[in-house]
Ligand binder design. Sequence first.
Ligand SMILES: Cc1ncc(COP(=O)(O)O)c(C=O)c1O
Length: 382
Amino acid sequence: MWKVQLFKLNYDDRESRAVKDVVDSGWITMGEKTKEFENNFSKMLGGSNIHSVAVSNGTASLHMALLGLNIGSGDEVIIPALTFVADINVVKMVGATPVLADCSSYNNWNVSAETIKAQITHRTKAVIIVHYAGYPCEMNKIVTLCKRRGLYLIEDVAHAPGAKYKGKSCGTFGDYGCFSFFSNKNLSVGEGGMLVTKNKQLAIRAREFRSHGMSALTLDRHKGRAISYDVSNVGLNYRIDEIRSALGLVQLEKLRDANRKRGYLIDRYIKNLSSIKDISIPFQNLKNIEPVYHIFPILLSNSIDRVWLINRLREYGIQSSIHYPIFKEFTAFKNLNLNSAPIAEDIARRELTLPLYPTMSFSDVDFICNSLYEILEREEVA
Ligand SMILES: Cc1ncc(COP(=O)(O)O)c(C=O)c1O
């Protein structure tokens, strides 16, 4: 149906073989592959003091982070106004109150220390930041702010595995880093996630929590290492399985190269789109960051009807998308009285996401840019 779709898996024989090996091994629930995936993920993040706990999805890792910090009723958690619904859902799910921090600017769509600070009250307990589209937030200022004001810091790194701020990996700045390995992510296993912390005690608690709070796993019993188990704290089943961990190991090996390819495609997009006056491109000329280009968001001028453009692109065979609709507009959050975030709300109305994936070709990018040029510069705009 599509000539260029929004996202395609970066999979080949290696992923197929990895899955077959696990199936053939006769052990598919969480086991040795998962341990290897966790260890290699910690290494990728660059530290012997980093503990990675693989879980069933990114939302589970965010939920576990809030529960691990005992955040609940009466607490406020500051989250970005421009992010995926998972961030507000987990805050609501633990009974806390979400408060929205605006984007830094029309160029940097991430939250900043200033936009977070503007929302701090005596009830604020934690801050969740998102490295939107794979561009790291200004972490030094955010870490300093959180330390000074006694706030927990959770990094939602769903868009940014492998990204760095001042040479340090995103996901290792706060109390927890929460990664998603959903199908369309830079590291993709279908459904999966990773909870990362430098605090050994939090990591031990997380390992127990993801498996009903049990002190021993099915694998331990299979290996004869345990007969029974204790449950010292309640937990849930947020386990990953060996099939997904095996996929994760292959994807992890490909990650650096795949992220680099994404960067080349973005360079091409930026060069090609500079002649279209109704399109501006965010995250330009930011310092101290090594982005990983999860998605390619553009900002349309006020005069462009976004739905019309999405439909015109569809006629050319190009899939596009929106990151993200604003929370207030979702039925579930209409009565929450969420604070306003003017820049994020304006961006949310005008943002358009164009296709991006590592196996995309330069000619795909050229085709998309030429089509946009045709539609926006040559045709009569509705
Ligand atoms: C910013 C952000 N946070 C959290 C999530 C949730 O991850 P998952 O879908 O793995 O639960 C996603 C992805 O879907 C995301 O994009």
